[in-house]
Structure formats: C-alpha cells, structure tokens
Write a protein that binds this ligand. Structure first.
Ligand code: SDX
Length: 447
C-alpha cells in the first residue's frame, strides 16, 4: 500500500477512534494500549483490571476516598446540577414541588416515579395515616432513655427496634411486603420522633389523630396539651410540609449511601433505615442544622460576626450550614427555606438570631476565602432558625431532617434492590501495612 495512503488510513482510523466514546490508555510500564469504553460520562472501574504489568498482577483499581469522583449506582430518582444549583425529583424542579405539591405526594413521586392520580394519592394517604401507631412495647424502649437523651439517638434505636416487630419485613423481594414496610416507615417516623421529644420534656405521649394531615398530626403529637382536639396553625402546618418536601431526597448523599450499602446485604428496611438515620446524625450531614444554631448562639451578636469569620478562615472553625460536596452555587433549597423563614416569623415572631445569620451570609458571599471555595449556604443554614421559632429544641433539628428523608431513603433502597447490576457493597483498599511478620511472645516485646 502507498505509504501516504497508509498514513492517511491510520490518521482516519485514529480520528474515528477519538470520536468513539472510549479512552485509549497506554500503560507506560509495558507500552500496551487499552481501549476503555465511556458510557454516561464514566468508565467502569472493572475495565481497569485488565491493565497489568504481568499475568500475576491483580490489575489496576481506582482509588477514590469518600467517593468524591465515583458513581456507585445508576439512578432515576433525583437529579442535581451543582454548578447551576438545580435539584429535580423524578424530573420535577424542586421549586415547583415546593410551591404546588405536598410532602406525601412528593414521597409517592420519589418512590413510584410518577405523580399520583387522585385515587392513588387518596389510597397512599389512607395507608400511611393508618400506620402511624407504634407497638405499645416501643414506649418501654423510649422510657429506658435518660430524660436528656438526644432524640436522634432515640430515633436510630427505635427505628431499628421496629425490625423486631415485623418479621415479614425480611421478605424484601416481595413487592407487597416492601409496600407495607414503606407505609409503616413513612407513617411511624413522625410518631417515633414526637414520642422521643415528649419523653425528653417529661410530657405524656400524644397518640396520632387520623383526622389531621401528615404534618398537622406531627405537630399534634409534639405540642398537644390539655385541649381535647389539637388544631395545628395552618401556616406552620404548610411551612413544615414544604420543608419536608425540600428534605425528601438528595441523590447519593452520605445517608442515602448508608441506606444502599447496608441494604445491599439484604437486611430488612428498618435496620437499613436505622443506619441511614445514624449517618444523617453527623454534624457534617443532617446534624449541621443543629450545629448552625449552636454556631449562631456562639457568635452571639452581629458585631461578633467578623471575628468568627476570621476564625473560620484561619481553619479554627467550620462555617456550619455552608458548603456542599455537589453544590458549588447557592443550594436551591436554601433559597426557598429563607422565604419560608419569613412566613414562620410572621406567625411566631422574628428569630433574633436571623440578623446574625444574614450578616454571616452577607460577609461570606463577598469574602474571597468562601468565594474561591464556592461555599454557599446549604439546606441547613436557615432551617434551624425556623425550627427554633416553631418551638423545637435544637436537638430535634436533625430529627426533622430524618422524617422526610425516609421517603428518599426508601426510594434509593428499592432502586438498589431492583438494579440487576447491584450486589453486596464491598469496596477494595490500598494496603500499606506491614508485610508478613512473625508473632512475638509478650516477654520479648517493647523496650
Ligand atoms: C447536607 O450530600 C448531600 O447531598 C447532603 C445534603 C442532603 O440533602 O443530603 O445536602 C445535606 O449534609 C448539607 C451539608 C451540611 N453540612 C454542613 O453544613 C457542615 C459544613 N460544611 C462542610 O463541612 C462541607 O462543606 C461539607 C461536608 C458539606 C462538604 O465537604 P467537602 O465537599 O468534602 O469539601 P471539603 O471538606 O473538601 O472542603 C473543600 C474546602 C476545604 O478548604 P481547603 O482544605 O481547600 O483549604 O472548603 C473548605 C475546606 O476547609 N470548607 C469549609 C467549609 N466547607 C468546606 N470551610 C469553612 N466552612 C465550611 N463549611
């Protein structure tokens, strides 16, 4: 073949090659070339295993602590664009759902994938409403906690305890069983949360009132005293419902990852939800709303904000409620929550800590340290101010995150179970420890 023609052919082939969705990798240790397919903007980590220096070589792995650049699953539930500040549940923008939907309707959407018809929503609401009671024995667990036990610790424990009451929950590949556990989990989380709160303030438990809405009944179980029938304030009932919509799911966050990872062992959904609740408890995750309030109380006044910001920039403190692994723009939920705050303050009175929060936000959004690190207010920055104004103690704030997130966790769990590509989660490691060495009798150790 004419050498110029051959060269042209190779050039054309190479051009075609680069157009194909693939990576061409040359291993400089061996000079070998590999073509790795690209799909959905990713390569399969297992495709790296063929890259070896010799047949005895295990092959290449990817190393990604905290999964900062690793997709653990394919999902159709929630879409986030961190640069553009976009959040959609099953394709619906969070702003539209917050304005026009309800939490139970949104929970249905997340779990079933479509907005319900009226009949479907009525059926869904009926079943969840009729699963709000908990077994009387659960009260014995709650009574066993100290009066000042953190309600998240109580919630983690009692959600796990639910697994001991529903043996049918282990039948995880039976859709009917999953549906019943779904009703129970969404229905009972508010009851467990409210009972934990009532225990912590030494008040009697208030049983569910099936005449009330999901959030109305939750407020009833929290705040009812001597009145025969609790009447929730409609503005607070709606504000809480919108907050629950905003907190319902957030793709592969730490607690969703816990739900999927623990659920991948095929344990029952109550035990998996307890693990997810425990993950959410952490101050870097759902516990941040509690940490924000403590931070604002620590700051104490608007005048003290610059000094606190200085400590944050010095690495001494974190600005709780700021920053996000995905959002490198304003968290769209924080924008809506800020509006809700003013609606709640109209009813309950302005929270004095708001001025401090607004000053923190004003300075942080201008300061180069935060701007270069793309640190914006996240979902947790303003929620604590609202919950405090509604009468919740700070320790209840992460509980108010866990209740609505339960529907997201269930949606993620079910998607994982039904995904043929998924199996028990078992990451690899890079071993940097000792090579083989011999046991040393105790008399020969030390010194
Ligand atoms: C939630 O994942 C989700 O989707 C979670 C969530 C959901 O709905 O499920 O959105 C809910 O958990 C919201 C986040 C709530 N947590 C907080 O508000 C705690 C404060 N925020 C941070 O700790 C932090 O921003 C994280 C944990 C949220 C994200 O951490 P990353 O992505 O691991 O970022 P990083 O720790 O690597 O920080 C990058 C840089 C670092 O600076 P340098 O080392 O480069 O100099 O930014 C700095 C960090 O020090 N930084 C902060 C900061 N967050 C990051 N500096 C000061 N204050 C902060 N809040």
């Amino acid at each position: 073949m004419d050498p110029t023609k051959a060269a042209t052919t190779v050039a054309a082939e190479d051009a075609a090659q680069t157009r194909r969705d693939s990576l061409t990798i040359i291993d400089n240790r061996t000079g070998k070339r590999y073509e790795i397919p690209i799909q959905h903007g990713t390569i399969r980590a297992m495709d790296l295993r063929q890259i070896k220096v010799d047949e005895a070589d295990f092959g290449l792995m990817s190393y990604d602590p905290a999964f900062t650049n690793t997709a653990s699953c394919k999902s159709r539930i929630t879409y986030i664009d961190g640069e553009k500040g976009i959040l959609r549940y099953r394709g619906y923008p969070i702003e539209e759902l917050a304005e026009r939907s309800t939490y139970l309707e949104t929970a249905y959407l997340l779990i079933h994938g479509e907005l319900p018809t009226k009949a479907q929503l009525d059926d869904w609401t009926y079943h969840i409403t009729h699963h709000t009671f908990i077994h009387e024995s659960i009260k014995k667990f709650l009574d066993g906690f100290h009066y000042d036990a953190h309600p998240m610790g109580m919630l983690v424990s009692t959600v796990a305890a639910l697994s001991t009451f529903y043996e049918d929950a282990k039948d995880i590949f039976n859709p009917e069983s999953r549906r019943k556990q779904t009703y129970r989990l969404i229905g009972k989380m508010p009851t467990l949360a409210a009972f934990s709160y009532r225990h912590s303030i030494g008040m009697p438990y208030v049983y569910p009132d099936n005449d009330l809405s999901y959030t109305g009944n939750f407020l009833n179980m929290l705040f009812k005293t001597t009145e025969l029938k609790y009447k929730p304030n409609p503005a607070l009932e709606r504000a809480l419902d919108v907050l629950f919509i905003l907190h319902a799911d957030h793709e592969q966050n730490c607690s969703a990852n816990a739900m999927r990872s623990v659920g991948s062992s095929h344990v029952d959904p109550y035990s998996a939800t307890a693990a997810a609740t425990a993950a959410l408890y952490g101050p870097l995750h759902g516990g941040a709303n509690e940490a924000v309030l403590r931070m604002l109380e620590d700051i104490g006044s608007v005048n003290n904000v610059p000094a606190y910001i200085k400590r944050v920039k010095g690495g001494e403190k974190r600005l709780m409620g700021f920053g996000h692994r995905i959002y490198k723009n304003y968290d769209p939920r924080a924008r809506i929550i800020k509006e809700i705050a003013y609606q709640v303050f109209d009813v309950m009175g302005r929270n004095p800590l708001l001025d401090i929060a607004l000053e923190v936000e004003r300075i942080a959004l201008e300061d180069e340290y935060f701007v270069t690190r793309k640190l914006y207010p996240n979902v947790d920055f303003y929620t604590g101010l609202i919950y405090q104004s509604m009468g919740f103690p700070t320790t209840m704030f992460p509980v108010l995150f866990a209740i609505p997130r339960t529907s997201g966790w269930i949606a993620q769990w079910e998607e994982m179970l039904l995904d043929p590509e998924q199996k028990i989660a078992r990451p690899r490691q890079v071993y940097l420890g000792y090579d083989q060495r011999s046991y040393i009798p105790i008399e020969h150790r030390g010194g």
